[in-house]
Design a protein around this ligand. Structure first.
Ligand SMILES: Cc1cc2nc3c(=O)[nH]c(=O)nc-3n(C[C@H](O)[C@H](O)[C@H](O)COP(=O)(O)OP(=O)(O)OC[C@H]3O[C@@H](n4cnc5c(N)ncnc54)[C@H](O)[C@@H]3O)c2cc1C
Length: 262
């Protein structure tokens, strides 16, 4: 009698592993501030509280609890841990400085005014989705709020895997040089005054998909992310299980994370 082959779950291709953990709040202190590009401010945090900080998914987020805001309950906003080193007790977050003038929200206002020594509370990450590094190619699409996660994915994917990013930024000066060992093809769209809520330039940059199994990740304004998701599924025929799309903000709404998987 022949035994049926045993397929170990770890050998199944294209796994997406979800991890949940207890939310913990930590107090962190600004250790340095860098103006990465005109519209992107990188803030380095340090704290002994970060000794057990963990972020397993490149699109994890922490909640920033913005001091001095809200009535009774402070405002909270979602940000991607761009980099962290728990042994050293450090964390890096990149803030897109959107909405000059009246539309500046509390998180952006805080980042614009942050100086060394300021402190802020963070919560999470509460959950992570770890996408297997065994796809034939990766396509990462979004606006500047997607760049921290895109940067993490580029830093961690295996050498020479083809990765294309299509990212819309405020102007050409907001393009980033991101260290990576992947075979990275960056496509930048400079909005130059056009709104980040128009999906047309991103859609126009999307050609036919390469052959093979690919993973597509989308994060942008909710309406833009929705339009992109519909296009890659309906017009380009991509498999829904190999796609993650999220609205990272929503035009005219505060603190809006729109999960487009539901
Ligand atoms: C999972 C996740 C991870 C994220 N990671 C990052 C990150 O690492 N870095 C980052 O910069 N952002 C990130 N974002 C987006 C960020 O949470 C939002 O942009 C957030 O709304 C900013 O808060 P705020 O207090 O500045 O503005 P809010 O008070 O939330 O909004 C004020 C006004 O500004 C508008 N607005 C909000 N964000 C933008 C924007 N980007 N461009 C133009 N108008 C905007 C709103 O529509 C509203 O009218 C992430 C979002 C999610 C859901």
């Amino acid at each position: 009698m022949h035994d049926a082959p045993i397929i170990s779950p770890t050998l199944m291709p294209h796994q997406i592993t979800r991890v949940r953990r207890e939310t913990r709040r930590r107090q962190v202190r600004v250790s340095s501030v860098e103006q990465l590009t005109p519209m992107m401010r990188r803030i380095h945090f340090a704290s002994a509280d970060l000794h057990d900080f963990e972020s397993l998914g490149v699109d994890d987020h922490v909640k920033l609890i913005i001091p001095g805001t809200g009535e009774g309950k402070p405002a909270m906003r979602d940000y991607t841990p761009r980099a962290f080193d728990s042994a050293a007790g450090t964390l890096v977050i990149d803030f897109a400085l959107h909405g000059a003038g009246h539309e500046v929200g509390p998180a952006t206002a805080w980042a614009m005014g942050a100086v060394v020594g300021d402190s802020i509370e963070i919560g999470g990450p509460r959950g992570s989705a770890i996408v297997a590094d065994d796809f034939d190619w990766y396509l990462l699409i979004g606006d500047e709020t997607a760049l921290p996660s895109i940067g993490r994915r580029l830093a961690t994917l295996r050498p020479r895997v083809p990765v294309t990013s299509i990212v819309s930024v405020d102007s050409a000066a907001d393009r980033q040089a991101i260290p990576t060992d992947t075979d990275w093809t960056p496509i930048w769209i400079a909005r130059d005054g056009r709104p980040a809520t128009d999906p047309a330039p991103l859609l126009a940059a999307l050609g036919p998909l390469p052959p093979g199994d690919g993973y597509i990740w989308i994060a942008a304004e909710a309406g833009v992310a929705k339009a992109l998701k519909a296009h890659v599924l309906d017009a380009l025929g991509h498999k829904p299980e190999w796609l993650k799309a999220a609205g990272y903000w929503q035009q005219g709404e505060s603190d809006s994370h729109v999960n487009l998987d539901k």
